[in-house]
Design a protein around this ligand. Structure first.
Ligand SMILES: NC(=O)c1ccc[n+]([C@@H]2O[C@H](COP(=O)([O-])OP(=O)(O)OC[C@H]3O[C@@H](n4cnc5c(N)ncnc54)[C@H](O)[C@@H]3O)[C@@H](O)[C@H]2O)c1
Length: 332
C-alpha cells in the first residue's frame, strides 16, 4: 500500500455511487486504511448499485440512499468532508440515446449542483471525478493520449465531458481542488452483469456462467484495454492524495491490448468450458460503437507513479470465480 494513502486515515470521505461497482471497491480500500466513509447512492433498480457489493464492510460505512439530483440533500452531505469521490452516474450508452434528459440531469446538471454546493459550503475539499474514455469518440490514432481531440459519439459521452469540464473549471476558477480520471473498460467483482445495457463484458460473464454462448457483435476484431477494479481504486486514491493532480485529466489503461475474439477465447479457456459466436451488430449499437480503443496512460505513470498491476488473465479468473459463487445476488 503506498504511503500516500496515510492521508485517508481518519479522513471524512464521501463517495457518490458508493453502492456501485467501483465505488464499493473504493469503499473497501478506504475503510481498510481507516477512513470515515459515507456512501451516497440512489439504488435506481436498472443501474449498477447493489447492497451486496458492501456486505463485507456494511457495518464500517455509512450508507445514505440519496439521489445526487437532490440539491438540498447533497449540499448537506458535502459539508465537512475532506474528500469527495464523485462516481455516481448513468452509465449506459444505449440508455443515454433513448432517455437523453435523464443522462443529462445525472451526468451533467447534478455535477454542477454538487460543485456549487462545494463552492458555497466546503471549498477546501478535494474531488476526484470518474470520467470515461468515451469522450474521445472513435480514435483518430492509437494509443489515445490526453491530447487526443474529444469527439463524443453518444449523449452519455457529451454529458460526461460536461461533468468532467465543470470539475476542471471549478478547480481553475474557484481553486476547489478537482481532477478527472478517464477510465477505460473496468472489470472485476461487483461489476454490473445482469443485462447487456452496460458493458459487454458483464453480460459475457453472465452468459458463460449460465452456459450460453457469448455473443460478439461484428467481426470481433475490435481492440480494447481493460483495468481490474483494484487498479482503478489505486488511481482514484493516488489522484485524491496528490496536489499535483489538481486541474488534471488522466487516462487509465493497460499495456495488454486484446481483440474481442481473443478476449472471448480467453474467458472460455479460464471458465473450463463455453463457446462464443459472432452476431451482426445491432443498428443502435453500431451507431455508437467506437471501434478500436486503447489508452496511452504514461501521463499518470509519470506524474503519480500509477501503472496497472493486475494482468487480464488473473483479473478475469477472480471475476469469474466471484460470479460463480455469488450469482444469486446479481441476477438469479
Ligand atoms: N466501469 C467502467 O468500465 C467505467 C468506464 C468509464 C467510466 N466509468 C465511470 O465510473 C463511475 C462508476 O462506474 P461503475 O462501473 O462503478 O458503475 P455502477 O453503475 O456500478 O455505479 C454507479 C453507481 O451510481 C449510482 N447512481 C446512478 N445514478 C445516481 C443518482 N442519480 N444518484 C445517486 N446515485 C446514483 C448507481 O446506483 C450505481 O451504484 C461512473 O461515473 C462511470 O461513468 C466506469
Amino acid at each position: 500500500m503506498p504511503s500516500d494513502y496515510d492521508i485517508f486515515a481518519g479522513a471524512d470521505v464521501l463517495v457518490t455511487g458508493g453502492l456501485g461497482f467501483i465505488g464499493s471497491a473504493l469503499a473497501r480500500q478506504l475503510v481498510g486504511i481507516g477512513a470515515k466513509v459515507t456512501l451516497v447512492d440512489s439504488l435506481i433498480p436498472e443501474y449498477g448499485g447493489n447492497l451486496f457489493n458492501i456486505q463485507d464492510i456494511r457495518d464500517r460505512v455509512t450508507v445514505d440512499l440519496t439521489d445526487v439530483r437532490d440539491v438540498a440533500a447533497m449540499s448537506s452531505l458535502i459539508k465537512k468532508r475532506r474528500f469527495l469521490f464523485n462516481l455516481a452516474g448513468q452509465t449506459s450508452h444505449l440508455d443515454s440515446m433513448t432517455d437523453p434528459v435523464t443522462d443529462l440531469n445525472i451526468n451533467a446538471a447534478a455535477q454542477l449542483h454538487i460543485l456549487e454546493a462545494c463552492r458555497l459550503h466546503n471549498p477546501d475539499l478535494k474531488i476526484v471525478f470518474a470520467s470515461t474514455r468515451q469522450v474521445y469518440g472513435r480514435p483518430e490514432y492509437l494509443p489515445v493520449d490526453e491530447k487526443h481531440p474529444v469527439n463524443p459519439i453518444d449523449v452519455n459521452g457529451i454529458n460526461k465531458l460536461a461533468g468532467e469540464w465543470y470539475h476542471l473549471l471549478y478547480n481553475d476558477v474557484y481553486r476547489i481542488r478537482a481532477c478527472a480520471l478517464r477510465l477505460t473498460n473496468t472489470y472485476g467483482p461487483g461489476m454490473r452483469v445482469k443485462d447487456a445495457r452496460q458493458t459487454f463484458l458483464g453480460i459475457w460473464i453472465r452468459r458463460l456462467i449460465e452456459q450460453k454462448p457469448i455473443q460478439i457483435f461484428g467481426d470481433g476484431k475490435q481492440g480494447r484495454d481493460f483495468n481490474f477494479v483494484t487498479d482503478v481504486v489505486d488511481a482514484l486514491l493516488r489522484t485524491a492524495a496528490s496536489d499535483d493532480a489538481n486541474g488534471q485529466i488522466f487516462n487509465l489503461g493497460h499495456s495488454e491490448q486484446i481483440s474481442l475474439n481473443e478476449l472471448a477465447a480467453l474467458l472460455v479457456k479460464l471458465n473450463g468450458n463455453g463457446n462464443f459466436e459472432l452476431v451482426p451488430f445491432p443498428d443502435d449499437r453500431q451507431a455508437i460503437d467506437i471501434g478500436d480503443y486503447y489508452a496511452d496512460f504514461r501521463k499518470i505513470d509519470k506524474s503519480l507513479g500509477w501503472t496497472p498491476k493486475v494482468v487480464l488473465e488473473e483479473g478475469l479468473k477472480q471475476t469469474l470465480e466471484y460470479y460463480r459463487v455469488n450469482r444469486t445476488h446479481y441476477w438469479d
